[in-house]
Design a protein around this ligand. Structure first.
Ligand SMILES: Nc1ncnc2c1ncn2[C@@H]1O[C@H](COP(=O)(O)OP(=O)(O)OP(=O)(O)O)[C@@H](O)[C@H]1O
Length: 261
């Protein structure tokens, strides 16, 4: 039913690009309330790379992530996940693509309280009617250090452990790309560092592609690349970031683009 371009393992395209946008614009509202959230953004997320998206509040980070993940539709321009052009998909195909080829990690862990950790991790596969690849699952569960906690329900886990369940859930289906929206925003710095370490390990050791929106220079320091948005445009990018270099660049932006509100 979801054969062809939506088959799960079509998610490792030969182009080496896990997702990209071309001249992506997003306009909300009209007249006095018109807001250009994204202004002709063209960006590629390379397979096997960890990218952080940074920028001031309102610069368009979440909008870019939502459009790239097929959660929101562009006003103009195009978005591809692997080699699939999202505008060509109907709603049912888009839902299948999000389920089969994209992993999500949000600030709120979004776990189902009545399910165990293991059931939460395998839920997207269960919904898709797919059998987990047991070897992969074992690897993911041991990487995030949850082996002894699989029978626990979310309420019996710490915040950091719950987010580790969410990381394992995102990895379980071997998606072509994982999007994280402030994935450590609700965690203390130690748990946050652990979760970021797992995300980085998933890229280094498992070849996963991760794109993460963050305000935190320390979190961005775990990425291979940081891209900076201001006023809906891509304004800079840094390879091999360190927290100090990211902080310096953010300070320079504040001088160049003083906030009016
Ligand atoms: N559903 C919407 N309707 C109207 N305007 C919106 C909507 N979503 C976002 N915007 C506007 O688009 C712009 C970009 O918002 P977006 O949430 O992408 O920014 P952000 O960089 O993620 O901000 P933050 O860091 O505060 O989360 C903002 O001016 C915002 O007010």
């Amino acid at each position: 039913m979801t054969a062809g371009p939506l088959a799960p393992h079509a998610s490792r395209p030969s182009t080496g690009i896990a997702a990209d946008t071309t001249d992506l614009s997003k306009v909300y509202g009209s007249g006095d309330t018109r807001v250009v959230a994204l202004d002709q953004v063209s960006i590629s997320f390379r397979a096997g790379e960890f990218t952080a998206i940074m920028g001031p509040s309102g610069s368009g980070k979440s909008t870019l992530m939502h459009c790239a993940a097929g959660l929101d539709s562009p006003s103009s321009g195009s978005v591809r996940v692997g080699t699939t052009e999202l505008s060509r998909l109907n709603d049912r195909q888009l839902t299948a693509l999000r389920r089969d080829r994209i992993g999500f990690i949000f600030q709120a862990f979004n776990l189902l309280p009545t399910l165990t950790a293991l059931e939460n991790i395998t839920l997207p596969l269960t919904i898709a009617g797919r059998k987990p690849d047991q070897q992969w699952l074992d690897r993911v569960v041991s990487m995030v250090g949850l082996s002894g906690r699989l029978d626990h329900r979310p309420a019996q886990l710490s915040g950091g452990q719950q987010q580790r369940v969410a990381v394992a859930r995102a990895l379980a289906s071997q998606p072509g790309i994982i999007f994280g929206d402030e994935p450590t925003g609700n965690l203390d710095s130690r748990s946050g560092a652990e979760v970021l370490g797992f995300l980085r390990d998933s890229v280094r050791e498992l070849g996963q592609t991760v794109v993460m929106v963050t305000h935190d220079p320390v979190a961005a320091g775990y990425a291979d690349r940081v891209v900076f948005l201001a006023d809906g445009r891509l304004v800079d990018e840094m390879a091999h970031p360190t927290p100090d270099r990211v902080l310096d660049l953010m300070k320079a932006f504040d001088t160049r683009h003083p906030r009016t509100s």
